[in-house]
Design a protein around this ligand. Structure first.
Ligand code: PMV
Length: 313
């Protein structure tokens, strides 16, 4: 019997993190250089209902029934079985691998879920359309993130850039002219829940000031959308710089991020900003394709532990 294989890319936030929590727009794009992959092998001699889940990177090698219900990998499978109304699936082995760094704001949880749902639904003879993959991934995202905005699952499922306002349908963006980003990781791990909580505390202490900052970021997001759709990506550089300024004002930058942002700009990037929750994690720089190696070199010299060059298209 053949194996069923599926994969999904990572994601990066281009504009609007944190302000998006307060109803301002955010823009995110897939990162196709890193991927999560799921392979389902039918286990013809296995007992129906049995499913072995193997994820070497996560140290998981267990029967589905032995994993807790709130385990993200198990939940993707059990939610799918419930969705399809399947009580006892034919026995299988599901192997998950990923080149997307974990807990780094690159959407690894969503990508793993999308890959599992695609491979498993094909194995079960009912491959699901993207709309249902997206909806089921959102349900699993709740386990990882509590109250996810829905941006990760959407970008990763459709592998397309999106414009997103909380509570509104997500718009896929048409990229009129592709552009190149360098993504660099500070190597500092920083839980998004902490910075989101700190921004909330700041907002509660001084709502007027924070709402002004959120609105400024919202304006930037709208201008960025226009630049992307009108084929003027160079305009995104100054918008990234402005967005970074406001994120720093919100208190979610850190010395490592500042060093990388500065290094990228000094090496000729058109603009640079932190990306995601902040106080660590990743930053992005907009570059002319020919300048990418120079900016990568500068970022690594400034302490980046990993860089990815990606084209948004
Ligand atoms: O670190 P990431 O990529 O998961 O992004 C967090 C984005 C925030 O706006 C800070 C939080 C959120 O839920 O939107």
């Amino acid at each position: 019997m053949p194996a069923f294989t599926a994969s999904a890319p990572g994601k990066i936030i281009l504009f609007g993190e944190h302000a998006v929590v307060y109803q301002q727009p955010a823009i995110a794009a897939p990162v196709t250089q890193v991927r999560a992959k799921a392979v389902v092998m039918p286990d013809v001699r296995g007992q129906p209902g049995r499913g072995q889940i193997i994820a070497p990177d996560l140290g998981v090698n267990a029967d589905l029934r032995d994993l807790p219900g709130d385990h993200g990998l198990a939940a993707a499978v059990t939610d799918l079985l419930a969705h399809l109304g399947i009580g006892r699936a034919p026995a299988f082995t599901l192997k998950i691998t990923s080149t997307i760094p974990f807990a780094a704001g690159l959407g690894s949880g969503a990508a793993v879920s999308v890959a599992i749902l695609r491979a498993m639904s094909a194995f079960l003879g009912q491959p699901l359309p993207d709309e249902q993959i997206n909806a089921l991934t959102y349900e699993v995202e709740k386990i990882y993130h509590g109250t996810p905005s829905g941006i990760d699952n959407t970008v990763v499922t459709y592998a397309a850039p999106v414009y997103f306002v909380r509570g509104q349908p997500i718009t896929r963006l048409r990229v009129a002219r592709p552009f190149t980003l360098v993504i660099a990781d500070t190597g500092v791990s920083s839980p998004t829940s902490v910075t989101v909580g700190d921004v909330r505390t700041g907002w509660q202490a001084d709502p007027a000031r924070y709402e002004e900052m959120f609105a400024a970021v919202g304006q930037i997001g709208q201008q960025a959308r226009a630049a992307i759709e009108n084929g003027n990506p160079a305009a995104l550089g100054p918008l990234m710089d402005d967005n970074h300024y406001w994120l720093r004002e919100m208190g979610v930058s850190c010395s490592e991020l500042e060093r990388l942002v500065l290094a990228a700009r000094n090496a000729g990037a058109l603009g640079a900003k932190l990306s995601g929750g902040g106080r660590g994690g990743n930053m992005i720089a907009l570059v002319e394709p020919h300048a990418a190696p120079r900016v990568v070199y500068a970022l690594e010299a400034a302490g980046a532990v990993r860089t990815i060059v990606t084209e948004v298209k």
